[in-house]
Design a protein around this ligand. Structure first.
Ligand code: SF4
Length: 473
């Protein structure tokens, strides 16, 4: 009798960086011969890829682990792995609080997940957390691991890990370490390999993409190379954007203080770089921006945004805003509302502040804003954002836009959804079109978070394979 194929489930909590790590974990499990399960009830191996940036991350993790424990009580062969930022931060605590977990690994050793699983089968529970800088280059950049991509025409490419900033609300520098950029040539070669496999859209990922390359120059100078010029993010955009077959390049996230004119010029000059900028504001009050250690004022932010809008035609802009940061007054909130109105965003991710243990802001207990006050401020903020979102969406009615087809709409399988270069979701009716194809639609209607369109024609059929592997170098 042949061996029974094991099924796995990777559950992701958190940001795109985590989602990309989850793809790599799935790739490793598939390289081990496993296949994806539909849900935890059917899975032999469950991986929880945790995030400590989101609210109540630990409650969510332990709640999920409680549910998994009841499954494992019934099926003792089930194996549970916990990785990601919260694992990096809490380490042995997770293993102590949830002894039914087989493996705990961190953000710097994603590539060890299956080795640790094998070790746990032999020797019992494994907890392995390593710090940034303790690994060699190959281990530190798990982009080179096999990847099981969730959307095959579109790929994420990590260009940089970690962050050198110290925003008071953010745990990332503590759990992901200082900025480390991947070599320029390696990234271009990776995008060329993806394009050869039919990928047409790439999203460059990093915590602070605009400072890409800074550490490479420092390392070159330390190595005695005084002439070496640092590769810059703008050059990377141009190089990746000119790879044949790549129709769309996106990136996230730039830090407003590091958004340089040459990046704006590269976006404007490189046809494949999409006209969408996600520029996190966080607050429009200079007092709060200083308390957050953001490194810019509201005026400076608006200047940079103005330069981007002036340089890039038809630019859509989104942002992140935190309401109720410790010490925020009504006057601070009003300043935020004014900046948000002036910035004229297409969309915004808005959050009520909640402390993340281990961050500077979490210690500002005496300045915490009453939750009800923060919620009321949030309502006012949403009203301002919604006004500009609606107006900017309505302004697209009558245009003919190219969308990349993402598949049937979540609400109505008879309707297809696609995304414009400005990152706007468009719903339209057409005969089935393969996901990843490009099509022209005429925008006929606009809502707050999506548009409606009339299908015109397919401009380029999808050409990706259904399953893509980026093999280990
Ligand atoms: S730039 Fe600030 S918010 Fe972004 S990852 Fe770095 S510390 Fe966190």
């Amino acid at each position: 009798m042949g061996a029974v194929t094991k099924r796995y489930l990777v559950r992701t909590f958190g940001c795109q960086m985590n989602e990309h790590d989850s793809e790599r974990i799935a790739g490793l499990l598939e390289a081990d011969g496993m296949v994806a399960a539909e849900n935890a009830e059917d899975a032999d191996v469950v991986v929880l890829n945790t995030c400590c940036v989101r609210e109540n991350a630990d409650n969510k993790l332990y709640g999920t682990l409680g549910h998994l424990k009841s499954l494992k009580d019934r099926r003792p062969d089930m194996e549970i792995l916990v990785g990601g930022c919260l694992a990096q931060k809490d380490r042995e605590l997770i293993a102590q609080r949830a002894p039914h977990v087989d493996v705990v690994f961190g953000t710097h050793n994603v590539g060890r997940a299956t080795d640790l699983l094998a070790a746990s089968r032999r020797d019992g529970q494994q907890v392995e957390i390593v710090e940034a800088g303790e690994l060699d280059e190959h281990e530190a950049f798990p982009s080179a691991l096999p990847v099981r991509r969730e959307v095959d025409h579109s790929a994420w490419v990590t260009i940089q890990m970690g962050c050198d900033n110290s925003c008071a609300f953010c745990i990332v520098p503590a759990v992901r370490g200082p900025e480390v950029s991947r070599p320029f040539e390696v990234l271009v070669a990776e995008v060329e390999a993806l394009a050869a496999q039919g990928v047409t859209e790439v999203t460059l990922l990093g915590q602070n993409v605009n400072s890409y390359g800074r550490d490479l120059a420092v390392a070159a100078r330390r190595g005695g190379d005084k002439t070496s010029l640092a590769p810059r993010f703008a050059e990377l955009l141009r190089a990746v954007g000119s790879v044949e077959g790549i129709r769309r390049v996106r990136y996230t996230s730039p830090h407003p203080k590091d958004l340089r004119p040459e990046t704006i010029a590269a976006m404007a000059d490189t046809a494949s770089v999409c006209e969408h900028l996600h520029l996190p504001l966080q607050s429009g009050s200079d007092t709060i921006l200083a308390a957050m250690h953001r490194g810019y004022t509201a005026e400076r932010y608006l200047e940079r945004l103005g330069a981007a809008r002036a340089g890039i035609e038809d630019l859509a802009v989104s942002t992140d805003i935190i309401v109720g940061f410790p010490g925020e007054t009504d006057a601070d909130m009003n300043a935020t509302l004014e900046v948000v109105a002036e910035a004229d965003y297409d969309s915004a991710f808005t959050f009520v502040y909640s402390p993340r243990p281990g961050t500077d802001a979490a210690a500002m207990v005496d300045r915490f804003v009453d939750h009800a006050v923060a919620v009321e401020r949030m309502e006012r903020l949403r009203a301002v954002v919604e006004r500009s979102s609606m107006r900017r969406n309505q302004a697209r009615i009558g245009r003919i836009e190219e969308v990349v087809v993402e598949g049937p709409s979540k609400k109505d399988p008879a309707v297809l959804s696609g995304r414009t270069r400005q990152n706007k979701l468009v719903h339209f009716t057409a005969e089935p079109i393969r996901r990843g194809s490009y099509a022209l639609v005429e925008i006929t209607d606009a809502g707050l978070s999506s548009l409606r369109g009339r299908f015109i024609e397919v401009t380029e059929p999808a050409r990706h394979r259904t399953r893509i592997r980026v093999s280990v170098a």
